[in-house]
Design a protein around this ligand. Structure first.
Ligand code: ACO
Length: 350
């Protein structure tokens, strides 16, 4: 029997890493605070003029090559981003054009950090119905565009000095959110393979939690949808209630994992890897405790990249494939929660 699995992976991180110490030049924070509260030590930022579809392109090429395919063999694109190139159209079609496969259907999904369980459910449906043979799933983010500073040169290695008082105060106001996010892209090619299967997926959305992480400006409730006043009031910068999201994640992620494993008749102990969204090492630590699973089965790379939103799980998978940790036949349990709120889990036999 053949079933849905990951055929190839790729990742791309732009530019040189930016350390926690560098962030302390532009806002009131410290390397110690960031590392202790989140596990993050550095992150990357997309340069000016580089959008999510640009970050996705090299990652997608690597994933297609790793799957032993050519771009023309991709017959569906699922593009996850909360920082698209344009308000519209979506970035998926842009990526298709950049890959040289115009005409291939491309969906943009807006599930933020919960991208992967939703994408896997959709890709599995496309593959099992025969609507597609090879689905390219992308997570790509260019958060740099909403960061609350303009002194990018102060973040470069070897830079000295600090932002002026007004800029420093403004960035500090957003520090709880700003230190967490980083840019990058991960790509997965999903297809069917003998012995593999998507055992199940379970996904949820609850819009009652939408104010916990939201960008106020640039929405079409407003006339015009964007204006200078919104920018002056920093409404283009996400407002995040970190504690509420933290609490939601540590309650909802273990619950959805347990429910999915029960539905699929899979004991937690038989899962080889729990691949969790990388929002905060302390969230994943709490999930480990709650599920009672060995921490070594819950890999982490947040130290190097920060929270790359939809890209965290694809980037982590690419690292694990390329360093030989992931092997055919292993059982993977994915879990993620993001703005919306959206959350879910997926079980896959590689
Ligand atoms: N540097 C220094 N101090 C800071 C910083 C910072 N970067 N940020 C906040 N602080 C201060 C606060 O002002 C506060 O000071 P006070 O006690 O004097 O008021 C103190 O540190 C504690 O702040 P808390 O917000 O309570 O800190 P907490 O331990 O909750 O950690 C954090 C904050 C890291 C944001 C945490 O709540 C978290 O990770 N939440 C989850 C966020 C998340 O997952 N977001 C992504 C969602 S997924 C998506 O869809 C994109």
């Amino acid at each position: 029997m053949s079933g849905t699995t990951i055929l190839g992976t790729g990742r791309y991180l732009p530019g040189e890493p930016v350390t926690n110490d560098a962030l302390a030049r532009i806002m009131e924070t410290s390397a110690e605070w960031i590392t202790q509260r989140s596990g993050i030590t550095q992150r990357h930022y997309a340069p000016e003029g580089v959008g999510a579809s640009d970050l996705a392109l090299p990652a997608a090429r690597l994933a297609i090559e790793a799957a032993g395919l050519h771009p023309e063999q991709i017959d569906y694109i699922i593009f996850n981003t909360m920082t698209p190139d344009y308000v519209f159209p979506g970035s998926g079609a842009l990526l298709g054009a950049k890959l040289g496969i115009p005409g291939v259907p491309a969906l943009d999904l807006r599930q933020q950090c919960a991208a992967i369980p939703f994408s896997f459910q959709l890709a599995d449906s496309l593959l099992t119905s025969g609507a597609a043979r090879h689905v390219l799933v992308i997570g790509a983010e260019a958060h740099a565009g909403f960061m609350p500073w303009s002194d990018w040169e102060l973040l470069e290695a070897g830079a000295e000095g600090r932002a002026d008082e007004a800029k420093f105060t403004r960035a500090t106001e957003h520090r709880g959110m700003a230190v967490l996010f980083g840019d990058g892209a991960g790509a997965l090619v999903l297809g069917r393979r003998e012995g593999a299967s998507m055992l199940g997926t379970q996904v949820h959305s609850d819009g009652r939690g939408h104010a916990a992480l939201r960008v106020e400006a640039g929405g079409f409730r407003r006339r015009p949808f964007i204006d200078q006043g919104m920018i002056d009031r920093d409404e283009h910068i996400p407002r995040m209630n970190g504690r509420e999201l933290f609490k939601s994640a540590v309650q909802r992620l273990p619950k959805v994992v347990r429910e999915l494993c029960n539905t699929c008749n899979v004991p937690l102990a038989s899962v080889d890897w729990f691949i969790a969204h990388q929002a905060n090492d302390r969230i994943n630590g709490a999930v480990v405790d709650s599920l009672g699973v060995p921490p070594e089965k819950v890999p982490s790379n947040i130290a190097r990249y920060g929270n790359t939103s939809s890209a965290t799980i694809p980037i982590l998978l690419d690292e694990m494939f390329r360093d030989g940790q992931l092997r055919r036949g292993q059982l993977l349990c994915f879990m993620a929660l993001g703005a919306g709120l959206n959350w879910g889990a997926a079980l896959m036999r590689l």
